[in-house]
Design a protein around this ligand. Sequence first.
Ligand SMILES: Cc1cc2nc3c(=O)[nH]c(=O)nc-3n(C[C@H](O)[C@H](O)[C@H](O)COP(=O)(O)OP(=O)(O)OC[C@H]3O[C@@H](n4cnc5c(N)ncnc54)[C@H](O)[C@@H]3O)c2cc1C
Length: 426
Amino acid sequence: MISADHLERQLRTIIDGNRILPPQPSIPVKITVFPENEQQIGELVKWATKDRITLLPLGGGTYIFPGIEDLHVAISLTKMNHKIEHVSEDLIATVPAGMTFKEVQADLSSHGQMIPLDQPGKHVSTIGGIVSANVSGPSRHRYGTARDWVIETRLINADGEAVKSGAKVVKNVSGYDLNKLYIGARGTLGILTHISFKLAPIPESTVTFRSCYNSLTDAYALTHLIRREYLDIEKMVIIKGKWTPGKAKHWWVLIEISGSENGLKPQIEHLSKLHDQVEVRRWNITSKEDSQHFWNVACNREKSDDSVPKEDIWEVRMVLPKRELLPFLVDLSILGEMDASFNILPTSGICTIGIAGKESTVTDTLNSIIKEVKVKKGWVEFVKMPPDSNFERWPILPPSFPWMQKIKREFDPNNIFAPGTFIGGI
Ligand SMILES: Cc1cc2nc3c(=O)[nH]c(=O)nc-3n(C[C@H](O)[C@H](O)[C@H](O)COP(=O)(O)OP(=O)(O)OC[C@H]3O[C@@H](n4cnc5c(N)ncnc54)[C@H](O)[C@@H]3O)c2cc1C
């Protein structure tokens, strides 16, 4: 059992004392350090390897889950947050992993460019955390995920060395594309220090359509119609409950289209006609200011609901083959009785279900979700759950799991990077 005092004494030989702090309450480590450069991270990793110390790469700390046991040291990247290298003519930027997504987007937007990923729930989320969590939102419809936009990474590996993968050109890889492995690795393969992205131009104008339906099937009908049309859709999501302002009991579809001022007009007319073809309760086009509020709630960026105790909040994200998602959700009639919330990306087959309740009251529902998703060869992740729950965070292991274990052993032979925190206890 290594104490925080012992760790602090050791750490002071590598890093200045004022860069060593006790952890925030929600971060499952004994102590946090804030290195200033790659060299310090390299030294920390070499020390950890030698003394079998476990490390948690840390950004804004919004998406950290406890592992099998507490880790020793969190390496926070948030002081390594200086200077974006932006080559606007090439639509490419290299960003320090500790910089917040919000700051990066603000900087790039002054050049009319953006990293076309969704701003996550919290504004403290860092580039390194976003890439390592690899969660996507309504923009996935058009832009895909981080895997489509990251072209180069720098990572401190288990030997404490900085390794570069990919290159700052669009055809950026010869051989295996290691970047793809680091994206979504949740800090288990090394510590990302810099990430280069392809960028997208910010659309000249956008308009949001908001429509409301009695049933999920009606809401889906609109999204099916739209998919066959030639429209410049930026974002699309189906939501119900806590992901709508006012916690609506009906199903909503939010769609953002983009274009030049002139190019938008025919699209607006066309999309309006499509709305008139389906069983809609009501629909409207919202102003830019109003729509921001709807998108914020749909992306879970508004204040959390304090009326529900934290230990009773469950969020289960699942992915199914696209054609299977609607029938699966319609069959989950039990959820109607439970007042569940839904956040669905219909063109990706991804759905997050939010349920409030004590474990004893939600266990049957959660087990039936897991069972059905397994039958349909999808996967499930518990994004929010009480800390002492009996559920596995990733209850379905993919057939490739043994290969994942081998990769982890190869990249992190001493098991120092966030051990026990990822799928199957990797
Ligand atoms: C539309 C949308 C809505 C979302 N809403 C929410 C929400 O409401 N609540 C929520 O909790 N999440 C939400 N997310 C998930 C979101 O992606 C993460 O919360 C966020 O990206 C994590 O950023 P962070 O800096 O806080 O990372 P952290 O929480 O610090 O880290 C996240 C993971 O990445 C690893 N990591 C961090 N930095 C590095 C690094 N430099 N190198 C290697 N590994 C690293 C950590 O070890 C950890 O496993 C949402 C995402 C999207 C796209």
